[in-house]
Design a protein around this ligand. Sequence first.
Ligand SMILES: CC(C)(COP(=O)(O)OP(=O)(O)OC[C@H]1O[C@@H](n2cnc3c(N)ncnc32)[C@H](O)[C@@H]1OP(=O)(O)O)[C@@H](O)C(=O)NCCC(=O)NCCS
Length: 185
Amino acid sequence: MRNRIEPDESHGPHPWAIYTLDPVRWREAMIAVYQRAYRPLGRYCYLRRRDIKSYIQWLHRRCPEGLFGAVQHMSLLGWIAVDDDFINEMGRLVGAVHELVVNPDVQHHGIGRALMNHALRWLSARGCSHVELWVGVDNEPAQRFYRRLGFRPIPPARGIWLKMIRTLAPVPKSGQPHPTSVILE
Ligand SMILES: CC(C)(COP(=O)(O)OP(=O)(O)OC[C@H]1O[C@@H](n2cnc3c(N)ncnc32)[C@H](O)[C@@H]1OP(=O)(O)O)[C@@H](O)C(=O)NCCC(=O)NCCS
C-alpha cells in the first residue's frame, strides 16, 4: 500500500480510508471484490479470472495513478478506476470512470459515494472538466446511484451500455489544490 490520500474517519467504530492502490499488491483482493459485486450482473462484467486480471492490468496501464480503494484493516471494501486522459468514442479528451465496485457485504454504507467523490476530486485536480462513464442499461441501482452523484444519462443506449456524464467545476489556477479543497459542481 502506498500514498495514503484521504483517511475517512466518519465511519464510527470501524473506520476505513481511501488509498491509491498498487494493482500488483492488491490484485487478488481487487478480483475478489469485482467478482462478488458483479455476481448478479453477469452480462456486464468479465467472468473468467484471467480476463479480470487483464482488465485490471489495462486499467492500470491506462492511468497508473487512477486506482483507489477503500480499505479497512488491510481488507479491500471497494475500488474505483479512473482515467484523466481518455479519448472517447467521439474523439474527445475526457475524464473517465472505468470501474466502480463495492463488496456487497458493505454496500449502502456510503463507500461507493466516497470513492466516487474522491475520484472526481482527483480528476478535477488533474484538470478534467467533463467526466463520462458507461453503465449497464438494466443496472438501475447503479444508474440511480450515479444520478444522485450528479451524472445524467445520454441516450440512446449503445447495445447493453448507457453513457452517463457530468461536469466538474474548474480548479483555481493558483498551485495544486489539496483534493479536499476542490469544489465539485
Ligand atoms: C453501485 C455501487 C458501486 C454502489 O456502492 P455503495 O457503496 O453501495 O454506494 P453507497 O452506499 O454510497 O450508495 C448506495 C445507496 O446506499 C444509500 N446509502 C448510503 N449510505 C447509507 C447508509 N449509511 N445507510 C443506508 N443507506 C445508505 C445511498 O443513498 C445510495 O442509495 P441509491 O442507490 O438509492 O442512490 C455498488 O452497488 C456496486 O458495487 N454495484 C455492483 C457493481 C456495479 O454495478 N458497478 C457500477 C458499474 S458501472
